[in-house]
Write a protein that binds this ligand. Structure first.
Ligand SMILES: *Cc1c(COP(=O)(O)O)cnc(C)c1O
Length: 219
């Protein structure tokens, strides 16, 4: 199957309220351009250098999403153009994004990554860290970031019940935060679901799916 037909099949299966991020990490620009020609405008990458190279080379109406773990000292390389940062998991990182956004006269949209998986290896805030971050004066004083929602990754397992439990947990955290709207925090996005589990994620309340291998093939 071609990239364009994979993309069209997936797009046709998504409810209207769900946004598709085409995860193009490790893939060459020619592959991304095939998706672009088929109408895709949102691409997800997990390495800042690779994303920046592709941003330089490709049409400027693309929205670039950083979906990987972000090192504080690399935020500056994407601050002028990144459209959404999914993996924000500390106040320190948020402060650096705010600082670099300010230097670029921008407001950068962010998602807070929540640790929902059983595995120790996945990044993310726990509920207590999330609550204290959102309640902190440092957070309230940030004028150049907007927290748009939450992101999570389920445990890498075949066990659908386990995955469902973790997605449902993220959705319930999201629901519990609906009351905490502030100037720089308006939660309307739940980024969860990848090639293997996006249908389940949508059933559990996802509004943004990050799909790579089902569009571009294996890596
Ligand atoms: C690679 C990646 C994806 C896409 O994974 P596929 O299984 O290829 O769809 C989604 N989210 C994150 C954070 C990733 O790193």
């Amino acid at each position: 199957m071609s990239i364009a037909s994979n993309l069209n099949t997936i797009k046709a299966s998504l409810p209207e309220h769900v946004t598709l991020v085409a995860v193009s990490k490790t893939k060459p620009v020619t592959d991304l351009m095939e998706a672009y020609e088929a109408g895709q405008r949102i691409f997800g990458e997990n390495k800042i250098q690779e994303m920046t190279d592709k941003w330089e080379e490709m049409p400027k109406d693309i929205q670039w999403h950083m979906i990987g773990h972000v090192q504080t000292n690399k935020v500056k390389f994407m601050a002028s153009y990144v459209s959404l940062i999914h993996g924000v998991d500390s106040l320190k990182l948020l402060q650096e994004i705010n600082k670099q956004a300010s230097k670029n006269n921008r407001i950068i949209d962010c998602l807070l990554q929540i640790h929902i998986a059983e595995e120790e290896t996945k990044f993310g805030l726990d509920e207590k860290e999330l609550t204290s971050l959102l309640a902190s004066d440092e957070f309230h004083n940030m004028k150049n970031i907007q927290v748009r929602g939450l992101m999570g990754m389920a445990t890498f397992t075949e066990n659908q019940n386990q995955i469902k439990k973790e997605f449902t947990h993220l959705k319930s955290i999201f629901n519990s935060l609906q009351a905490t709207e502030t100037v720089n925090c308006k939660l309307n996005t739940i980024s969860m679901g990848m090639s293997g589990d996006y249908q389940l994620a949508i059933e559990c309340g996802s509004t943004m799916v990050r799909i790579g291998s089902s569009i571009f093939g294996g890596r």
